[in-house]
Ligand binder design. Structure first.
Ligand code: GLU
Length: 487
């Protein structure tokens, strides 16, 4: 339970299936989930598909699988039936119609028979007169008999909400405080369309009531609709849920977060190899903070700490640098074995799908590289030489490290390596030192050239770690190949 309601907490994420899951949608889902779990309540997934023209094939399945990838489970939804289903609006049309008729009986709504042509006329006149465009309430006061005969004649009609002509409506938003709006600015909103489908406004209120939603937590873009919803709740004589409108998501230049400036689909971040833990942690901070310096949170910690009181009003900037940093931090917190299974998954979809690597080998690669990568794919991108021999050598490193005497030094090194039996890391090191000493050069003369020969590049983990990981035979093969190629 929570202040503001006397019932157990029930919240919902109510996306329209229009395609991908927007990061803003993920934030709404996450905040609802965190709020529900913090209060031992229920989190519901409701599909709002009343606008059939915007419906996209496969969008619902995609939503469900993306939420499941993100690790945000819901208690009730299409595939998790509860007591308040169906959880898809297009399967609840009767309910909306019944309630629309009820509102007409209460005198809170009315039939409107205006044709699209007439409405267009009205609109044009209002525009020409520089007035705000809205329905001119032509059918608001039709007499009862007239309405009856038009209905009997099967005239096309919609149902409109009867907004009071004066006065104002106030409500308290958990995040924004008191919001007041004059009824005059509200249109006589269509509630039921001529095709029998409800508009979003009617469906959302009917469902929030019947699904016993206690808190409506959603993006700020819905704030202008909220007075209409509250008016509807009151018209039905239903208890109004608590409202909380989350701040806008902004690009770093403070414009509204848009597809043009970067990725907004959760699916994109998933495909790029971001960890769910990092993305969830990142999204949690888009509007909320714990009130202190801590930044790395697991989902369980977020559930424990989340509260609407700590959600701010001002827009939240979407900063990819921070997301990358969080990915690094969350990857660092994974065990080698967890990383192994992610690396295997990555390899299975890569050019190395058919190459055999045993677990012990991959685990060694992981421990050598794990402090140097922010993404699982970087194990391969930053150290491809652990997965295949170099096919080329970084020219700037060649210029700096490959001298005329290098081939001869490396030939001697190969000789030393060959005589080693089952060498440990230290044995490679000692063999290299012996070669340098016998050749009267510093160790560095050989170390950098060997690194180049076995990896093709000039940076990476310790050379002896690399040699040990590759093993004696492979190291010798690669050094010989470099002598052959670079001369
Ligand atoms: N169906 C709306 C959407 O697509 C939901 C708005 C609400 O949560 O009331 O975001």
């Amino acid at each position: 339970m929570t202040p503001g309601t006397s019932q157990p907490v029930r919240v919902r994420f109510a996306p329209s299936p229009t395609g991908y899951l927007h990061v803003g949608g993920l934030r709404t889902a996450l905040y609802n989930y965190l709020f529900a779990k913090h209060h031992n309540g229920k989190f519901i997934l409701r599909i709002e598909d009343t606008d059939q023209s915007r419906k996209v094939e496969g969008a619902v399945e995609n939503l469900i699988s993306t939420l499941s990838w993100a690790g945000i489970p819901y208690d009730e939804g299409i595939d998790r039936p509860g007591d308040f289903g169906p959880y898809v609006q297009s399967e609840r049309l009767d309910l909306y119609r019944r309630h629309a008729e009820e509102l007409i009986r209460f005198g809170k709504a009315y039939y409107c028979f205006c044709t699209p042509e007439r409405l267009e006329e009205v609109r044009k006149k209002q525009i020409a007169a520089k007035l705000q465009t809205s329905y001119d309430r032509h059918c608001r006061n039709l007499d009862k008999d007239n309405v009856e005969s038009l209905l009997a004649a099967g005239e096309n009609h919609v149902v409109r909400m009867k907004v009071p002509l004066d006065g104002e409506l106030s409500f308290e938003d958990e995040i924004r405080g008191i919001v007041t709006i004059a009824y005059q600015v509200l249109d006589d909103q269509v509630l039921l369309k001529s095709d029998g489908f409800p508009t979003y406004h009617l469906a959302v209120v009917v469902d929030d009531h019947h699904m016993q939603i206690t808190h409506v937590i959603r993006g700020e873009e819905w704030l202008p609709s909220t007075p209409k919803h509250i008016l509807l709740f009151r018209s039905f004589g239903w208890e109004t849920p608590v409202f909380a409108h989350l701040p806008l998501l902004l690009n770093p230049d403070k414009s509204k977060l848009s597809k043009r400036q970067g990725d907004v689909a959760v699916e994109e971040y998933r495909a790029k190899g971001y960890l769910r833990e990092a993305l969830v942690n990142f999204v949690a901070f888009l509007g909320w903070n714990p009130g202190d310096e801590r930044e790395i949170f697991s989902l369980e910690e977020l559930v424990r700490e989340f509260s609407l009181e700590r959600v701010g009003k001002s827009g939240a900037v979407f900063n990819v640098e921070k997301l990358n940093w969080l990915n690094f931090e969350h990857l660092r917190r994974k065990s080698d074995v967890d990383i192994l299974s992610m690396l295997r998954e990555y390899l299975a979809a890569s050019e190395f799908a058919a190459t055999q690597f045993d677990d012990a080998y991959l685990l060694s690669v992981i421990s050598a590289m794990r402090d140097r990568v922010s993404f699982v794919r970087e194990f391969v991108e930053k150290s491809p030489y652990f997965f295949k021999p170099p096919i080329e050598y970084d020219p700037t490193v060649v210029k700096k490290r490959w001298k005329s005497e290098t081939p001869e030094l490396l030939r001697r090194l190969i000789g030393e390596f060959s005589s080693l039996g089952n060498p440990a890391k230290e044995d490679f090191e000692a063999a290299l030192h012996r070669t340098a000493e016998a050749s009267k050069v510093g160790n560095g003369e050989i170390i950098h050239a060997v690194r180049l020969a076995v990896s093709g590049i000039g940076t990476g983990p310790g050379l002896y770690d690399i040699l040990f990981l590759l093993g004696k035979e492979e190291s010798i093969r690669r050094i010989a190949a470099a002598i052959h190629t670079l001369g």
